[in-house]
Design a protein around this ligand. Structure first.
Ligand SMILES: [Zn+2]
Length: 155
C-alpha cells in the first residue's frame, strides 16, 4: 500500500463507517486519475485507488471524509460520503477489470469490512447510491465475484 496526499477531504475526529462505495475513475490512465483526485479545482477524492496491476494507493485516512459520492442516497441515509469509504478502480469505463485488480479489491474490502463491521448489504456501487446520475462501476464490474466471497448481496 502506497500513501498519497490530497487536499480534498474533511477532517473527522470520529465517525461511524457503514458503507463501502465502489467507483471507476473514468480516466485513460492511473496517473491522470490520481492527478484529478488531488486537484484543488476539481474537489474530488477517495480513500483508496487500485491500479490495474492491483496496487493499492491510499489518499485519505479512513476516519476522514473523502469526496467521492456527491449527492447520494440509500434507504434513509443521504450524503453517503459521511458514512462511507470510497474505492476507485483505474478503469476508463469501457474496459474489463483485470483479475489482479479485483483480487486486490476483494482483499481490501474484506479487511475494511471486518474492521468496521460493515454489512454486505452496504457494499455498493456509485450507481446504486446516485441512480440516474452515475453509472460506475459499470456493467463490466464483476459483482458476482464479490457475492461469491460473501462481500456483497449484488450479482
Ligand atoms: Zn463514482
Amino acid at each position: 500500500m502506497f500513501k498519497l496526499k490530497t487536499p480534498n477531504y474533511n477532517f473527522c475526529k470520529n465517525r461511524k463507517i457503514e458503507y463501502i462505495i465502489i467507483h471507476y475513475t473514468d480516466m485513460k490512465t492511473l496517473g491522470s486519475a490520481i492527478k484529478r483526485l488531488q486537484s484543488k479545482v476539481v474537489k474530488v477524492s477517495c480513500h483508496y485507488i487500485i491500479s490495474k496491476k492491483g496496487t493499492i494507493y491510499q489518499l485519505v485516512k479512513e476516519n476522514d471524509i473523502a469526496w467521492h459520492a456527491g449527492i447520494s442516497k440509500w434507504g434513509k441515509d443521504v450524503n453517503l460520503n459521511d458514512k462511507s469509504i470510497g474505492i476507485e478502480l483505474d478503469n476508463n469505463g469501457n474496459e474489463d477489470y483485470p483479475i489482479k485488480q479485483i483480487k486486490s479489491l476483494i482483499k481490501l474490502i474484506k479487511n475494511i469490512k471486518k474492521r468496521h463491521k460493515i454489512s454486505k448489504n452496504k457494499v455498493l456501487g456509485h450507481s446504486h447510491i446516485a441512480p440516474g446520475r452515475k453509472i460506475d462501476p459499470g456493467p463490466k464490474f464483476p459483482w458476482k465475484m464479490l457475492f461469491n466471497e460473501n462481500l456483497s448481496n449484488l450479482y
